[in-house]
Design a binder for this molecule. Sequence first.
Ligand code: UTP
Length: 293
Amino acid sequence: MDKHQKIRKAVIPAAGLGTRVLPASKAVPKEMLPIVDKPAIQYIVEEAAAAGVTDILIITNRGKGVIEDHFDHSVELEAMLRGKGNEEVCRQLEAVAHLANIYYVRQKETKGLGHAVLCARDFIGDEPFAVLYGDDVIIGEDPAIAQLCRAYERYGKGVVGIKEVSEEAILRYSSLAVSPLEGRNFAVSDMVEKPNKEEILSLYSILGRCVLPPQIFDLLAVTPLGAGGELQLTDAMKALTLRDGMVGVDFTGKRYDMGNKLGILEANIEVGLRHPEIGEGLRAYLLELAKTL
Ligand code: UTP
């Protein structure tokens, strides 16, 4: 029986500099780059809402206005569409403004993912919460963060979303020491951010999602700057792991890295192929194009 607290709140860090997708991310946050007809961050907010999250804090810096405007009503646009009888698009726009209660806070210096999460301390207070990295879109039948929330409710421990990655990729991500628990759940006993070859614990890496107890804030507050001179969330989660253990969920669903050029194209092609309006046309185009490659 699930006996632990339900997750109501989520944090979406979206204040990174997005240097890997410049110049596209110069004036537009990478979290606002589109996948077909919705910005990446909308998929992430929809995932959180589908998992039962009611209150979301988005950590922003530049380009804040664009994200806020996107999740707000656009009274003039909606009236204009309605006037032209375009009810369907109007309904879609209205729905975006009602996905969840969305709040914003600015990270005043870009000091890393851990520092971004620490900016959420007052908003979260004393309850467990979800973190969805703003540039990691995960698409699947069962929302990835819902899978992690269920693991939190079951085990009462911090949970990280994990996937096996290549040996080359693990050096850029994190590496975890894991042992099987049940189903897709693993016990996590150690972790290291951006390991060198000798430090690799396994090819399981944290990808894009976690559920954390509020005690993470005290740990973040005393975590020294880590890889890249940034306050690394993984370093604080390592301290949590060594103290209480954590759970890893090898989530189902396909992850797209919107912080990387190829990731953006893969997301657009795969989501486009399933899109009711353009799927068929895109398939025909790709089949034709493939003949010339
Ligand atoms: P990344 O490490 O991918 O962000 O952080 P980045 O710094 O934008 O990437 P590059 O290397 O310059 O291209 C993962 C998530 O954490 C957020 C980012 O916006 C992204 O959604 N983040 C990162 C913050 O909110 N604040 C930070 O200080 C760093």
